[in-house]
Design a binder for this molecule. Structure first.
Ligand code: AMP
Ligand code: MG
Length: 474
């Protein structure tokens, strides 16, 4: 009989200092909450098996599926700009890897699967709310074409977890990613002066994620360049949909340039560049407008980590890595400008385009306009009054170089995963009602086509509904 998940665990074949071998800790009464059947089929896993007693037992961490080799991955990192030292998978475990139907290698990772040698003071568990939040927000991101880790399944544990708010129902999610290597994984080996480890890690990342640079003699500089370009593209996507990550620590920045670690993240309602959601980000380090700069800062931490292996001549290494880092603003701007021109339906590129975007955003800030709805209104030919004579400039620009309204509707969503909707869905889920959650999930999975019966999902929160801070709640 064919194994239900065909594992091929390349990470677990690396030397033992890359991880701790540790099985997930069983939970009391695993019950399947939600299964991502589309993703299961990408992974060539039978959804019926996942939903079976044996499958649920596997994704709850109660029984290892054949071929799994569970490891908690080692990493370190900078949190809020400060060196935090060793972190690692304190409540997550890489079950193994499998090759998808699309030919990609994917990690299958459990989160909330119990304590590991990296748990420090934590309980190794996750609460139901944040697990469901990660499912719905990551599916929204996927539907919007933003590179992201995804949730294969969410299982209730039948156990409670102790959190600041009191005891909460526990859950385990299975997260799927092109990889779980982080900037912090590189920092981990660099901080230990483990040059062999650093080289092994870099070669592993290249072979797995960027084989096109494997033969280059300067491949470690090339690794920085390619991760930096992908990260710039990722953050440009975030900006273009008003997504605020909330915890862009180096341990949450992926080498595969996927959005990872859905903690206190949110889509912005009213546009303001300084918007912050995270309750722990008092200084606004990870505010919307800061995200590109922070991504560059994180890339500089990657560069610093690669320094010992980038070139035999240190001065050459510094020079090449620095030059790569200096490319970030240009790389980001090119992707961002491209995204914003698409959002405004501007064909080609003209000198005044950046000013047109800046002017629009300033007027949106002053008038407190909703980010998503303003762009969608433009796509539907309905220019908000508050934009004043910006409208004439925009129209003149479109008249000069052509425009395409249908393509605007294909990049400006009607439905995003609004935070007040998420909060309402999670509140209902805590009472045992997943209906609201399922409806929201279905809405955000089809963001571009307006459906009259879903009008309320396109509405920004009323003043009472505004969620001012998203607690990590982890
Ligand atoms: P995060 O803020 O989720 O990126 O996590 C930062 C670090 O804290 C990582 O090393 C996590 O594994 C660890 N961590 C977060 N929550 C827990 C928990 N409940 N138990 C153990 N470790 C945790
Ligand atoms: Mg993290």
């Amino acid at each position: 009989m064919r194994a239900p998940i065909r594992f091929d665990n390349s990470f677990a074949r690396l030397p033992s200092r890359f991880y701790a071998r540790v099985p997930p800790t069983p939970v009391a009464r695993p019950t399947l909450l939600r299964l991502n059947a589309a993703l299961a089929s990408t992974l060539d896993i039978e959804p019926d098996w996942l939903a079976s007693a044996e499958g649920v037992s596997a994704i709850a961490g109660n029984e290892l599926p054949p071929g799994a080799e569970p490891v908690a991955m080692a990493y370190s990192g900078h949190q809020f700009g400060n060196w935090a030292g060793q972190l690692g998978d304190g409540r997550a475990i890489l079950l193994g890897e499998t090759i998808g139907r699309d030919g990609n290698r994917y990690d299958i990772h459990l989160k909330g699967s119990g304590r590991t040698p990296f748990s420090r003071g934590g309980d190794g568990r996750a609460a139901l709310g944040p697990v469901l939040r990660e499912l719905v927000v990551s599916e929204a991101m996927f539907a919007l074409g933003v590179p992201t880790t995804r949730v294969l399944s969410a299982v209730a544990t039948g156990e409670q977890v102790a959190r600041q708010e009191g005891p909460l129902p526990g859950a385990v999610l299975a997260r799927v990613a092109l990889g779980h290597l982080r900037v912090g994984t590189f920092e981990h080996f660099a901080a230990r002066g483990d040059i062999d480890g650093l080289r092994l890690l870099a070669d592993y990342a290249i072979a797995r994620l960027y084989p096109e640079i494997a033969e280059r003699s300067d491949r470690y500089v090339a690794l920085l360049e390619v991760v930096l370009q992908r990260t710039a593209a990722l953050v440009a996507k975030w900006q273009s949909v008003g997504f605020i990550h909330g915890v862009m620590n180096t341990d949450n920045m992926s080498i595969s340039a996927e959005t990872i670690d859905y903690g206190p993240c949110a889509f912005m309602d009213v546009y303001h560049p300084n918007t912050v959601f995270s309750s722990i980000d008092r200084a606004g380090r990870y505010a919307y407008a800061n995200q590109p700069r922070i991504a560059q800062w994180n890339m500089a931490r990657l560069a610093q980590s690669l320094l010992p292996i980038a070139d035999t001549d240190e001065a050459v290494a510094i020079d090449r890595l620095q030059r790569a880092i200096d490319e970030f603003p240009g790389a980001f701007e090119a992707r961002y400008d491209e995204a914003m021109r698409a959002k405004l339906g501007l064909a080609g590129s003209e000198d005044g385009d950046q000013d047109l975007v800046t002017d629009l955003l300033e007027r949106m800030t002053a008038a407190k306009l909703d980010f998503t709805n303003t762009f969608r209104a433009l796509a539907e030919g309905d220019v908000p009054e508050a934009l004043g004579d910006w409208r004439d400039a925009w129209r003149a620009r479109r008249a000069r170089s052509g425009h395409d309204d249908a393509s605007m509707r294909a990049v400006n969503p009607v439905y995003i995963c609004r935070n007040h909707r998420v909060e309402a869905a999670l509140a209902a889920a805590l009472t045992g009602d997943l209906g609201t959650f399922d409806e929201l999930l279905a809405v955000v999975r089809a963001p571009y086509e307006r459906r009259p019966e879903l009008a309320t999902y396109a509405q920004p929160p009323t003043p009472d509904e505004v969620v001012r801070a998203t607690f990590c709640g982890t």
